[in-house]
Ligand binder design. Structure first.
Ligand code: SAM
Length: 211
């Protein structure tokens, strides 16, 4: 029998993800599988499948499910890729990516959040958690097929673009505090194409190429 969380999760997928036009079956299965309620603070579990971001402590957030889905879908993952996530936060996005890529590296600036996420992600054997300034990427495991930055930067750090493989894709919110546009960058040899997508509001990226 389905429990309430499974029921809510299925509804989240139907209404918030399929309802907004994302229909890739692998993506939808990942969202059906990952128990988002385990990645939010205990007192907010009943809200885990609601259509919005939630606080996770230290002024940080777990992103809205649809935004996680949209950013993930933009990487066009088929299963064998190596990806980098900048901004582990709760660990939820990394858990989703682990279902869709071969190897996931995720880096978090705040050691306290990184430690909690690492524990939650311990069963996700293809996820590797790092602590540090992800505005510099994670050179040790580069190059990547895809990079997702889940905090907002004033402009796209070239050092991140340089860690992409040829044809690799980078998704990043760029703009000012409280208002950004999601940008999708694609590497073509030594050139980088950029598409501006929807308006978003992410917490600020810290570190060398953040705020
Ligand atoms: N992806 C996360 C999730 O699934 O819960 C949501 C991330 S939250 C919107 C943004 C995260 O980026 C915060 O945890 C913040 O501490 C982190 N962050 C900010 N600047 C960073 C940096 N330079 N390097 C790594 N992480 C950073």
């Amino acid at each position: 029998m389905k429990d309430q969380f499974e029921f809510d999760r299925h509804q989240m997928v139907e209404e918030q993800i399929i309802g907004r036009g994302l229909r890739d079956q692998r993506l939808l299965s990942a969202f059906e599988s990952v128990p988002r309620h385990l990645f939010v603070p205990q007192e907010d579990r009943q809200l885990a499948y609601a259509d919005g971001p939630l606080p996770i402590g230290l002024d940080q957030t777990i992103s809205q499910p649809y935004i996680v889905a949209l950013m993930t879908s933009l990487l066009k993952l088929e299963g064998n890729e190596r990806v980098l996530e900048v901004g582990t936060g709760s660990g939820y996005q990394a858990a989703i990516l682990s279902h869709l890529a071969g190897e996931v590296h995720t880096i978090e600036y705040l050691p306290q959040l990184a430690a909690r996420a690492k524990q939650l992600l311990s069963g996700y054997l293809n996820v590797f958690c790092h602590v540090g300034d992800g505005s510099l990427g994670w050179q040790e495991s580069a190059p990547y097929d895809g990079i997702i930055v889940t905090a907002a930067a004033p402009e796209t750090p070239q050092v991140l673009l340089d860690q992409l493989k040829d044809d690799g894709r980078l998704v990043i919110p760029i703009g000012r505090r409280g208002y950004q546009k999601l940008e999708l960058w694609t590497r073509r040899g030594d050139k980088f194409d950029c598409d501006e997508l929807i308006e978003v509001a992410f917490v600020p990226l810290r570190g060398e190429y953040g705020w």
